[in-house]
Design a binder for this molecule. Sequence first.
Ligand code: CA
Length: 648
Amino acid sequence: MRKLLFLFAVLGAFLKVGAEEQPLKSPDGRLAVSVSAENGIPTYSVTYDGVVFLEPSALGLKTNIGDFTRQMVLEERSSVSPIDESYQLATVKESHIRYQANAQTFTFFQNGKKIYDVVFQVSDNDIAFKYRMYPQGATLCCVVEEEATGFVLPQGSTSFLCPQVEPMGGFARTYPSYETPYTVDEPVGKNGWGQGYTFPCLFRNGDKGWVLISETGVSSDYCASRLLGKEGGHYAIGYPDQREFNGNGTAAPGIALPGETPWRTITLGTTLAPIVETTVAFDVVKPLYEPSQTYQYGAGTWSWIIGGDASMNYDEQKRYIDFSAAMGYQSVLVDALWDTQVGRDKIAELARYAAGKGVALYLWYNSNGYWNDAPQSPRGIMHNTISRRKEMKWMKSIGIRGIKVDFIGSDKQLGMKFYEDVLADANDYGLLVIFHGCTLPRGWERMYPNFVACEAVLASENMNFSQKSCDAEAFNACLHPFIRNTVGSMDFGGSTLNHYYNLKNEPRGSHRVTSDVFALATAVLFQSPVQHFAMAPNNLTDAPQWAVEFMKQVPTTWDEVKFIDGYPGRYVILARRHADKWYVAAVNAQAETLKVKVKLPMLAPDREVSLYSDDKNLEGGVKTVRINKKQEVQLVIPNNGGAVIMEN
Ligand code: CA
């Protein structure tokens, strides 16, 4: 004991390893992380209620100034320090967030020299950790060539994953664009299409629970990563493919010393609730600059999804402005080819016309520098600081609300710098930013205050492109609330009310197989603070009035989310609150009709609600019902159908 006190006195907050080797636990004590360095290999492992969720998994960095994945000694572990922070964020699933966690720093040495800390923060259902590298003598920078960081799932785990594609393939060499189909309920042990998997990655730990692996806090100071599948349940952090961005820029990130990696995050629990409700992607990052103004979010429409390139003309854009105004929406997204098919002067005129109706415009841009062949214009503006800022100055002068920048295709550090530069410049000119054909946002809603959302999903456009995507709409909608949308805003551009993907809504091209109630439900299920819905002006007269009325008032920003029930790829039921009003939304992808009695503790007994539901022919309707004393509601949802409960 005397010796222990002496150590405390000498090392202050730091303890020599051996003095205390208790696992780092969450505030509720259920989640535990153990860190060690047996045989010189740094590892960590994770249990929840004593059940193994991650077997001993490697830590470590291999750099161009040394291999710090082996011959490492865990010399120091700090005392555990509690974190209790509150913040507000209007653009994600929850607006007022309290983050409570326990933090501990583990310091690793090699040959007597201090190399890096691994900083762990453990909240009740989330683990976040990052590396902090120290200068080595006069060496004040390094390149991280490889990261050993692993995630070893217990035997019997299954996976729900989105494979990465080969770079520089696909449409006009725009890959990777994070637009690949998921595999679900698959055994572990594969590596996708040879390129690993896109974050976030979902695993089922047998019947014991669920694990979501992702990363956050990625800025121009690092690259974005992926998950590589090894043997069995072993997965490891992988860096971008050297061929991305036409081979320009390094795959390996460089850091100044002292310097940090992004956070690796693990969200887990016995149910899917912690994953649907997690805010860890935002909890552990900080705003990188102040917003230049109070930004306006909301709903809008866009002609391209139904009308395609031919709809990009002055009259049609004006018709969509009128349509947005009639819906009470805030914006119109003017997609590709506006520069040649409408022209800049006419865009300024449209912006003025829209402003008179309380509607603002978003303008589309090709991101292209030297990294894609996409012919869609405007091209050759966004990649260059000088041309970009000049363009943004013009946009500000005509009252443009935001930009949609497309076809980016790289997770390299150079790619991250592109995203960051566009965001920072756009903030200077009061513009919101949406990215398409792009990577997953990694904490960006909090880091960059004018960031809205990324696509990074097989979005609504694919249903215009192919019937196969229409047929898979419900299956995919039952994945996103559990995977893609759990860690970042998702610009899907959906809630189509046309039966056919053409402006006359006549039987040609691909057709929607999901119900109108399904379309309403996805407006709640898919979260982004700005939603350009795939509705068309004809829907004012050819869609059911109750559906149009619902779409007029559905919020795009939310204060709270609660997981109710579901299984990835089969069905999903969740509740979102906007101000004091709850919306419960559900869709079903299973062949059989879903009949489920759901407990809705957020709806007070005797509360009057609107229940939108489908009959067996997917004909929808709405009725007013009262919540019973048990706060239970019976939902009956056919295949490709939906249900929505809205507080009146
Ligand atoms: Ca796309």
